[in-house]
Write a protein that binds this ligand. Structure first.
Ligand SMILES: Nc1nc2c(ncn2[C@@H]2O[C@H](COP(=O)(O)OP(=O)(O)OP(=O)(O)O)[C@@H](O)[C@H]2O)c(=O)[nH]1
Ligand SMILES: [Mg+2]
Length: 357
């Protein structure tokens, strides 16, 4: 299987995909980010960075559901992190890599910072907080279509003494309340901004960018502001790589994404996916995956009447996986009850969640 994920998405099967995805793809087709034509390669095949080349790590943090993963996907030009309207979609710290002619930015997407209600939540929030101290700069993403809230202020407080440059990224500019257009509110990058966000940024001396992660509007400006924060540095990854994650992990996430999109309330948060086996044959790749849930009732919901729910989750996930590997997939899904896996440290580790203290 092709482990280089950079050229996987071309051969799209028509799935009746959402209009928003089409818009993002239209944007991505117009963007040429990886200009590797004049690159010198050193020993071991890694390019040698020329004078003035900048590189480094940028953490993407914020409340759940503000669009952090959407932002990373659009910036790197491929879906490597799953996204959904359900809060707490991202569970792992994920890296996305953007290489341009003069810089390499490694984005670190993090789980939304929220008040945890179980052990899994604690692990996620801790991992996100730890990311703050291990990067060269941070994008603190807020949802510009809603007012500044207590959750944003909590994160702002965490950032107060972090000694890392912060860019306040005001997202969802496409959802701007039209009534604001006639008001006297301040403008950033052609967009009107809620005064409370700007005051927060001014008080902490943060740079501000406003954009739509979904449509790509305003992201060139954000990219320039990010590169300005990076130190001179080497290539950390080959220029055509867009993530450090193995395909198996992303396959599991694509299944979880379909569950998030198809089920409600407790079910989406109670699942963990294990990719058991991947068998590559000449014309097809067979993937065997287990969906772990916590209760029999959740298993029933996931399987659905005569297996209809599981079938539809499998079909949609398979389509997405085919885009990822640019080839045919046969996906076999099994559902298993693992009581209280979210509370158990051992189970969390077994299911692949990194536990940081
Ligand atoms: N209209 C609009 N919707 C957006 C934009 N960016 C993200 N969204 C939507 O917001 C929802 C949440 O996006 P995600 O990228 O999953 O948010 P997140 O911050 O990574 O969420 P967690 O992983 O749960 O912390 C999804 O339904 C996205 O499609 C945007 O610029 N405009
Ligand atoms: Mg996310």
């Amino acid at each position: 299987m092709n482990s280089d994920l950079s050229n996987a998405a071309e051969n799209e099967e028509k799935t009746g995909a959402k209009a928003s995805e089409d818009l993002v793809e239209a944007f991505l087709r117009g963007q040429s980010s990886s200009g590797d034509s004049d690159i010198d390669y050193g020993v071991g095949g890694m390019p040698i960075a020329g004078p003035g080349f900048k590189s480094g790590f940028i953490g993407i943090i914020g409340r759940p559901n503000v669009g952090k993963s959407t932002l990373m996907n659009t910036l790197v030009g491929q879906k490597i992190a799953i996204t959904s309207p359900t809060a707490q979609t991202t569970r792992n710290r994920l890296k996305g890599i953007l290489t341009t002619d003069n810089a390499q930015i490694i984005f670190v997407d993090t789980p939304g910072i929220h008040k945890p209600h179980h052990r899994l939540g604690e692990v996620l929030v801790k991992n996100a907080q730890n990311a703050i101290h291990s990067v060269d700069a941070l994008v603190f993403v807020v949802d510009g279509s809603t007012d500044l809230g207590g959750g944003d202020r909590f994160i702002a407080d965490l950032l107060r003494d972090c000694n890392v440059p912060v860019i306040l990224g005001i997202n969802k500019s496409d959802c701007q309340d039209q009534s604001l257009q006639v008001s006297d509110l301040p403008v950033v990058n052609g967009n009107i901004c809620d005064r409370a966000y700007l005051e927060l940024a001014r008080a902490q001396n943060w740079t501000v960018a406003k954009f739509s992660a979904l449509l790509g509007d305003g992201l060139e400006d954000l990219q320039e502001k990010l590169i300005a924060q990076l130190p001179p540095g080497p290539y950390y990854y080959p220029p055509d790589l867009v993530t450090d994650q193995p395909e198996r992990f992303i396959m599991g996430e694509l299944i979880r994404e379909q569950i998030l999109l198809s089920t409600r309330e407790e079910v989406p948060h109670s699942v963990a996916i294990a990719i058991e086996r991947v068998v590559e044959e000449a014309s097809i790749t067979r993937v065997f995956a287990t969906i772990n849930v916590e209760r029999d009732s959740q298993k029933g919901i996931l399987i659905g009447k005569k297996g209809a729910m599981l079938k539809s989750i499998g079909t949609e996930a398979r389509m997405q996986m085919q885009k990822l590997i640019d080839g045919r997939i046969d996906l076999q899904l099994f559902v298993k009850v693992q009581p209280k896996w979210r509370q158990s440290r051992t189970r969390l580790a077994e299911l692949g969640y990194r536990i940081e203290e």
